[in-house]
Design a protein around this ligand. Structure first.
Ligand code: HEC
Length: 150
């Protein structure tokens, strides 16, 4: 690293400028959440449901209802914790589903895997089969995907 760049980073860190940590966070979000040895298999899952308005609506009802996804991911899908008491969530914030880079980085299979297994070390718990059937998970994922088209 060039000395002047190092200096800039140092000054930014001292002044608490947020740009550098935010870049770091973006990359951290794009990193796969499925463990590397499960990734290939996870990616083979394809959503059996088509993104019709009716199916997306079913997913929305689950998101707000029995799945209680809205509690952490928010009405707007941005997951900024507006509905959550500060300090309740350990680990990273819920995903911003409107982030198109994140949407493009993930296959449906990876999202489905997370719904089955949770994301280790975060507040994202497994939902299948205790809370959601696989069918309901398929519908709710159509709704999650719809945030990326807004
Ligand atoms: C208790 C809070 C909480 C609830 C309830 C919750 N989530 Fe999450 N969710 C999180 C957090 C925190 C993350 C970020 C995990 C990470 O960074 O690995 C996350 C991540 C995700 C991801 C992204 C994983 C990835 O690959 O980046 C998806 C998809 C997801 N949640 C879907 C859902 C759905 C669908 C529901 C409802 C059935 C739900 N979540 C309910 C907290 C929650």
């Amino acid at each position: 690293m060039q000395p002047y760049l190092l200096f800039t980073v140092f000054v930014a860190a001292v002044l608490g400028l947020r740009s550098i940590p935010v870049f770091g966070a973006d990359e951290a979000v794009l990193k796969p959440r499925v463990p590397i040895d499960k990734l290939e298999e996870a990616r083979t899952w394809a959503n059996p449901f088509e993104a019709t308005p009716e199916n997306i609506e079913k997913g929305k009802a689950i998101f707000h209802g029995k799945g209680f996804c809205v509690t952490c991911h928010g009405k707007d899908g941005k997951g900024l914790g507006g509905d959550i008491e500060p300090g309740i969530l350990k680990g990273p914030l819920p995903r911003n589903f409107t982030d198109k880079d994140w949407q493009a980085a993930r296959t449906d299979g990876e999202l489905f895997w997370i719904l089955k297994n949770g994301s280790a070390g975060t507040a994202m718990a497994p939902f299948i089969p205790l809370v959601l059937t696989e069918e309901e998970a398929g519908h709710v994922l159509l709704y999650v995907r719809s945030f990326g088209r807004q």
